[in-house]
Design a protein around this ligand. Structure first.
Ligand SMILES: Cc1cc2nc3c(=O)[nH]c(=O)nc-3n(C[C@H](O)[C@H](O)[C@H](O)COP(=O)(O)O)c2cc1C
Length: 350
């Protein structure tokens, strides 16, 4: 009688082939190897909650939190910044990103986040190109000029946070003629960081031009121990697949595109697993999603502030949808939940 057992080799070819493997940040398994990027003003608890509901992000991140501001609030018994909204109680894994240029201040805040808040990862921002952070506070991407200082900061924060892993997020350098990401990467690793994320632009580029993934990939052979996460311009599952196929990275991070499509992580995760890519939600489902997002923001900020805050999220959701211009024009002036619902009802396409 003929056997029905499928030979191992044939069975193997029928299984979806994952394109990228999960990886570790210290003790934390990042699975899938797709990360939600920190975005100031956007990646608060409400947004993270929505990303979690769709799934697909192996690690989520807060907005960047100023370490000096955190300490000041502590000393003055003030309420902690809105940027820590939800952090204490929400599901893990979660990275909190901090910024400053003082090793001691960063270490103090890192330790609090690790022990009291029990976050999964403490990430340090060395990539922010905004004037207020670079010129005024000599922090963010400003520090890329001073790798020794970066090393000192990371060493102190790693020591203060242990065993919670500490990671760094950088750009390629301060400007095109001062690209130093390989040197910086070696300093970051040498100082004890557990992963490095690289946005493939320089600080001077801000968001212009394209992220240079060849330069991100060129860092990998210089890292002995820690994973490399590439970031920049990934706005579809196909681009995430291409990034893993073409470039030498352990993980990828997605930022702006997820403001328009928070389900992109789930699509990208399916694509790298070799599984069918889930369809975009229908316009009616996107409308429900926006209302759900508003309700989350409203719980925290109350009617008026939530309505104003929601304008920017709603504009992101509408981008690229039919009638987006009209919707944006009307949503830009809302001041109350009633006005928000009316604009959604009348102008968001179905
Ligand atoms: C509105 C906005 C806010 C951002 N805030 C942060 C931040 O707080 N910390 C950080 O490391 N990067 C921040 N970034 C940079 C992103 O994390 C990411 O590196 C960059 O947008 C490139 O990725 P993308 O092409 O997928 O958007 C921000 C970007 C945007 C657009």
């Amino acid at each position: 009688m003929a056997t029905t057992t499928i030979p191992t080799s044939a069975r193997d070819t029928e299984l979806p082939r994952p394109l990228a493997k999960p990886f570790y940040i210290g003790p934390l398994l990042v699975d899938p190897p797709i990360l939600q990027a920190p975005m100031a003003g956007f990646t608060n608890y409400a947004f993270r909650q929505i990303v979690r509901e769709f799934g697909g992000a192996g690690l989520l991140a807060t907005e960047m939190v100023n370490a000096r501001g955190f300490v000041w609030m502590d000393e003055h018994e003030a309420e902690h910044p809105d940027r820590l909204w939800g952090v204490a109680a929400e599901p893990r894994p979660l990275a909190v990103q901090i910024w400053d240029n003082e090793p001691e201040t960063l270490a103090k805040v890192g330790a609090r986040l690790a022990t009291e808040y029990q976050v999964s990862v403490v990430d340090i921002n060395f990539g922010c190109p905004v004037r207020q952070v670079t010129q005024k506070a000599h922090s963010g991407s400003y520090l890329l000029r001073f790798p020794d200082r970066m090393g000192e900061i990371i060493e102190r924060v790693v020591k203060a946070c242990a065993p919670t892993p500490v990671t760094a997020k950088i750009r390629l350098g301060c400007s095109r003629d001062r690209i130093n990401a390989i040197d910086v990467a070696q300093v970051v690793e040498g100082a004890g960081a557990a992963a490095l994320t690289v946005h493939g632009r320089t600080a001077a580029d801000m968001f212009s031009g394209e992220a240079d993934w060849d330069l991100i990939s060129a860092i990998k052979p210089h890292l002995k121990r820690i994973p490399l996460i590439g970031n920049g311009d990934l706005d579809s599952a196909a681009k995430v697949v291409a990034a893993f196929e073409r470039y030498d990275v352990d993980g990828v991070m997605i930022a702006r595109a997820a403001l328009n499509k928070p389900w992109l992580y789930a699509q990208a995760a399916a694509a790298v697993r070799g599984e069918p890519i889930p369809a975009d939600p229908t316009l009616a489902e996107q409308r429900e999603l926006m209302i759900h997002h508003f309700e989350l923001v409203r719980e925290r900020f109350g009617d008026e502030k939530a309505s104003v805050l929601m304008r920017k999220y709603a504009c992101c959701y509408a981008q690229g949808r039919p009638g987006a211009r009209d919707f944006r024009k009307h949503v830009a002036t809302i001041k109350s939940p009633a006005a928000f619902y009316a604009v959604v009802e009348n102008y968001f396409p179905v």
